[in-house]
Write a protein that binds this ligand. Structure first.
Ligand code: DGJ
Length: 724
């Protein structure tokens, strides 16, 4: 049992493998948070007392001034109910706010979990257990259910909540987060992933939290290139391997917010959920609203431990089970090879060469239904001159060549120059005037079910009978001036996200057992919401390998390497910076691997090199799918980057060292490996040298020894445990 309830003192104890999360039904039926941290024995939980300290703020009892919402940890904290910290929910009933103090009513504990209708969620696993706690105001008009879904083996607790209008008048919600966690004290650094288009999540930002409010959010209608729903709090001295870290993330792809606030007592509150800017949702009598799911994890093994918990949870419980641990196709994507000049002949030529390069799948990117980006989105009509066999015919030809076939779509958008827009100019998100144009396109109003169905039907009809194995689902602009002719303004951004998830679900279901890769102008929607539908995500339109090192390394803090889609490309197209083939391969092999270049320009020698890279990747792929990642040197050193992937049984490891801008004499440098078994002997598969894990991890390997080869190629070597 990972969820325990002590009747005597009304305490809940959620135990995962290494953590304890404890709260209680307090005096006056509040839900008081008591502890989150390293696991403690159940017998001692009763010693964790309530924090009833003298308060000059509002208190419940007339006799004692010690029960004040302002000084207690709270599992849910409405505005205007005595807690003066940043509220986790803001609402009013019938235009009034006088009934906001919430009381515990009941709870249930059960094995497994319920799915969340219309939203992504962590899937059920053998050990999953759920705690539901029902709270309501004194009049029982506004009811909340708080869900704690426990994944004990990976130290993750998933949380969401529902709010229900049980009264007869209308309930208006202005803020509705997914999760509230209070910590006593504020000795933490906040860690977030910052970036921009072409440099997504490349900067791992870390700073001590201070009194006041730190907010990490997006108002773009996407999780964005600029910020990411991932957020961590760690001890000031925590590093990759040691120190306490609390990691948070959200299964949501729209406007989000992670808020860390420190109050006058120096206590810290963390909230994550839908951003409340412009949010206003109305519930009529009997209606309810469910928040997106947040996940949280605790590790005393530093940021590396936190990442590995998240990686395991995402692979085991968020990504679809049939794809999560299965080898991924090595793709050749037509985009950087041909951009909009793509044609059936060019795709078939790519396919012809692909076979010599160890490639499994040809992906037809943008350009099959339009000659440039100013038309065609929304109509999805194949250009017959360029693709005389249609998508069905082309997919059959590719399959006949022994390859798989993938196709690019951007279903949430419409060009002004399209039948759909001409017929129904109200099909887009807009206010009273036209929104800003971006990449010559508008965002379809997916709050409207008829638009969702129309797009799903049009695409299904166009692809009828085609043999499709993979879909690249793109999203190339942010939302601006988003309004709807049918949905209430304060509901548009969230309803739009619900519509997008619906469209994804419908097309996934119609297309059958297809691997999805989502994308948003590169990595603009790299989040857990998308990973629920697509096992991998295109990480960035920046394919310069030197830049990719930063982008991919940053992304790995929150997301497993198998989700990080990486291609071997011309390398210079975004930066003009030359790079060697080996370097490009070593960078791209960090995640799920593929190619994006005009293969017809490459001769037999190059193709043989590509083939050997593909074979090498396949040989090591299991470490991406199932292994553990240990980060060794951050590229933000601006000199090197190094990491090692280790199999769960510690029998195999793959070490990568990349030089970015090293100056001076580095031959004497040693680097300690991580994650190996100290007592096992490992063979360096390049030099044949055999050393104990203990030696490799404590003395380290000599970097000078690596440089018998060209420094600009970087270095990648497998270590294999020698059977005794
Ligand atoms: C943006 C994506 O990130 C690219 O890979 C490519 O698919 C283009 N869109 C196509 O328009």
């Amino acid at each position: 049992m990972s969820i325990l309830f002590n009747e005597n003192n009304q305490q809940f104890h959620i135990q995962t493998k290494n953590s304890s999360y404890i709260f209680c039904v307090s005096d006056f039926q509040a839900l008081e948070h008591l502890y989150y941290g390293k696991r403690i024995p159940q017998d001692d939980v009763k010693y964790i007392g309530n924090r009833q300290i003298y308060s000059h703020l509002g208190y419940e009892s007339r006799d004692k001034r010690d029960f004040s919402a302002s000084v207690l940890g709270m599992e849910i904290s409405p505005f205007n109910a005595g807690d003066i910290r940043v509220p986790s929910v803001v609402y009013n009933y019938d235009g009034k706010v006088d009934c906001n103090r919430l009381r515990y009513r009941s709870h249930t504990i059960y094995e497994g979990r319920q799915p969340i209708d219309g939203l992504p969620y962590s899937r059920v696993s053998a050990e999953t257990e759920t705690l539901e706690v029902v709270m309501s105001d004194d009049e029982n008009t506004v009811e909340f259910t708080l869900y704690y879904v426990v994944y004990a083996d990976v130290d993750v607790i998933a949380r969401h909540q529902t709010i229900k209008n049980k009264g007869t008048m209308s309930l208006s919600i202005q803020k509705f987060t997914s999760m509230c966690v209070d910590f006593y004290g504020s000795d933490f650094d906040a860690v977030t992933l910052e970036g921009i288009y072409l440099y997504e999540k490349a900067h791992v930002s870390r700073a001590p939290i201070k009194r006041g409010i730190f907010k990490n959010n997006s108002l773009t209608g996407t999780s964005s290139h600029n910020h990411n729903p991932f957020l961590a709090l760690c001890e000031h001295n925590a590093d990759e391997d040691k120190g306490e870290v609390y990691g948070f993330n959200l299964l949501y792809s729209g406007n989000f917010s992670g808020e860390v606030s420190v109050n006058q007592l120096g206590d810290t509150r963390v909230l994550t959920g839908i951003d409340d800017t412009g949010f206003c949702w109305t519930l009529k009598s009997g209606e309810e609203l469910t928040s997106p799911e947040a996940i949280m994890t605790y590790s005393d093994q530093g940021l590396g431990g936190m990442s590995r918990n998240f990686h395991d949870h995402i692979r085991q419980n968020i990504i679809e089970k049939e794809f999560a641990f299965a080898p991924r196709p090595i793709v050749i994507n037509s985009w950087e090879a041909s951009y909009f000049t793509v044609s059936e002949d060019k795709v078939l030529a790519l396919a012809e060469t692909a076979k010599d390069c160890g490639i499994d799948m040809v992906v037809l990117d943008d350009g099959w239904f339009r000659p440039h980006d100013k038309m065609g989105l929304g109509d999805w009509r194949t250009i017959k001159d360029k693709f005389p066999s249609g998508i069905k015919g082309l997919s059959e030809k590719i399959h006949a060549m022994g390859l798989k076939f993938g196709l690019w779509l951007e279903p949430e958008m419409v060009n002004e120059d399209s039948e759909l827009y001409r017929e129904d100019p109200k099909c887009i998100l807009s206010t009273s005037r036209l929104p800003l144009i971006s990449r010559s396109q508008y965002v379809l109003d997916l709050t409207r079910d008829d638009i969702v169905e129309r797009i799903a039907d049009r695409i299904s009809e166009e692809l009828e009978g085609a043999q499709i194995d993979y879909i690249k689902w793109d999203f190339n602009r942010y939302l601006t001036e988003a309004g709807s002719y049918t949905a209430a303004q304060g509901e548009v951004y969230h309803r739009q996200m619900l519509g997008a998830y619906k469209l994804l679900s419908i097309l996934k279901q119609r297309l059958g057992n297809v691997l999805f890769e989502t994308c948003s102008g590169g990595g603009g929607r790299f989040d857990l919401g998308m990973l629920f539908y697509s096992p991998q995500i295109w990480t960035s339109d920046n394919t310069d390998p030197y830049a990719r090192v930063y982008i991919q390394y940053g992304t790995s803090y929150a997301y497993p390497v198998s989700a990080i889609s990486c291609h071997f490309t011309e390398g210079e197209c975004t930066s003009g910076r030359p790079s060697s083939y080996d370097f490009r391969y070593r960078v791209a092999a960090f995640g799920s691997y593929g190619y994006e270049l005009d293969l017809s320009k490459y001769g037999a020698e190059d193709r043989a090199a590509f083939k050997s890279y593909s074979e090498q990747y396949r040989k090591d792929e299991d470490l991406n799918l199932n292994g553990d990642l240990y980060r060794l040197i951050s590229p933000e050193s601006d000199k090197f980057c190094a990491y090692i992937k280790v199999s769960k049984d510690k029998k195999k490891a793959l070490f990568t060292f990349l030089e970015l801008n090293a100056t001076g004499f580095i031959e004497c440098m040693t680097l300690r490996l991580k994650g190996l078994a100290p007592e096992k002997l490992y063979r360096n598969e390049e030099t044949g040298e055999i050393l104990y894990g203990a030696t490799l991890m404590n003395v380290g390997i000599r970097i000078g020894d690596l440089y018998r080869k060209k420094r600009e190629d970087g270095y990648m070597v497998a270590f294999t445990a020698v059977e005794e």
